[in-house]
Structure formats: structure tokens, C-alpha cells
Design a protein around this ligand. Sequence first.
Ligand code: S3P
Length: 205
Amino acid sequence: MPDAALHNKMAALPQDCALVAALGGRSIVLVGMMGAGKSSVGRKLAARLGLPFIDADAKIEEAAGMSIPDIFETRGEAEFRSGEARVIARLLDGGPQVLATGGGAYMNPDTRALIRAKAVSVWLKADFDVLMKRIKRRTDRPMLKTADPATTLQQLMDVRYPVYSEADVTVESREVLHEVIVEEILDRLRAALNAGMETGLEKLP
Ligand code: S3P
């Protein structure tokens, strides 16, 4: 079955349709550390809701015409961050969609404000051991190209977790099937929307 047809079929659950309707033009934005599973969970969440999935990192690479490691290497982190903020600002006008952001994106206060205004945010929170295990599988992450990646990871977590906690909902990312995480995201989003979340989103019928 082609992807789009599968998405439509899977979005047919009435409670999922209601959630998508309540989003209006807003996106569901996934935030969290490298290795938290934003892209893999995001893809499944999008399929379930029949929404497009967008990976902000892939769009940054597309806009720059080079890979993220190459952007860091040739232009530096500061330039990567300003490009990242510009790309995400543009993408946030394209909702409803599921948008996975790179681990540093939500640290930018302007990006955070835009996400608050135009999206509903989900922090995929993972503990150190889970992240470390997953991060070891990939060696191309410029932020962790340090003498001691484990210490760097812990330092980034210390700085970022208080900021990530500003997201509208938090879900523990752990070693379970992605479908389990997707279900929890949907439950928390429904609960938040029903509770009249401060994002200005309408309550579910
Ligand atoms: C970064 C995370 C990466 C990517 C870039 C910087 C970070 O994305 O945006 O390497 O600062 O945490 P993922 O979180 O998708 O790995």
C-alpha cells in the first residue's frame, strides 16, 4: 500500500481525527536531545495522524546544500544555529504537520516563542543511559565530537533539560516500541488539549 494511502487509513480513528482538527494549522513539534528518537517516533506519529512528517535537520541540509557535519566544519556552529532558526521559522508556517527538530533548536528563545505561538510541543525525555546507548550507534554528530562525549552529553543535558521542560507535554522516551511512545504522546496531547492548554488551542469536542 502506498505511504499516503496507509496514512489516510491510519488517521481514520475518530479520536485522532478530532485531535488533528483541534490542531488547526498548528504543527506538533518534537524537541529533545540527540538520540531521544524525535525522527523515528515523529515519523510514526505523523503516519498515525495522517499528517506530513518533516525533519528540520534534513531541511537545513537541503537549504545549505551540505550535511550538518559539513556545515559545522566549514561555517561553524553559530552559522548553523542561525540557519536552523530561519528554517524552523519557515517550516512552522506549513502546519499541520509533525516536525522533528534538532537537539539544540529549542534552546533558541525566538524559536521557542514561535513554537509556542504556532505549534504544540512535545519533549521526548530520555535518561542518560538510553541516550548514550543510542548515540554510540552514530558518530557523525558534531556536538559530540569531543574528547569525552559522555561528559559533553551530560553537560548538554544539564543545560537543556530545564528549557525542554517548557514544552507543552513531556513523554519519557525509553526502550519500548515506538508505537507505545506514540500512544503516550497522543494521550498527553488529548489530555492537554482537553484541559485547555495555554497554547490557545481549542478544546477537543
Ligand atoms: C544538535 C542535534 C542534531 C543536529 C546538530 C546539533 C544538537 O540533531 O541538529 O548536530 O545541538 O543537539 P538531532 O537532535 O536530530 O541529532
